[in-house]
Write a protein of this length. Sequence first.
Length: 105
Amino acid sequence: MAQPEKTTKNKLSITPLADRVVVKPLSREDVSTSGIIIPDTASREKPERGTVVAVGAGRYDNGSLVPMAVKVGDQVLFSKYGYDEVKIDGTEYFILTESGVLAIL
């Protein structure tokens, strides 16, 4: 018997183009791991870590497609100011180019 298809509720309703990546930022904790309370001014700082939720096909270089190095589900570090913020279904996401991703964790 065939398995019923999973509902598309969890599917993100955005598809990035070319070498763009959609990242869901990780929320910051109000207390550090060592127990130090972080002031409100520091918590307003934009996160630099997130989870990749969608990737584009890649970029073209001299007529050939260069595949993406990141994939959905990767935890990444990204440039602090190199992204565009969007809200989809009440959730904040960042769209950035693959070159804005600094590292895969």
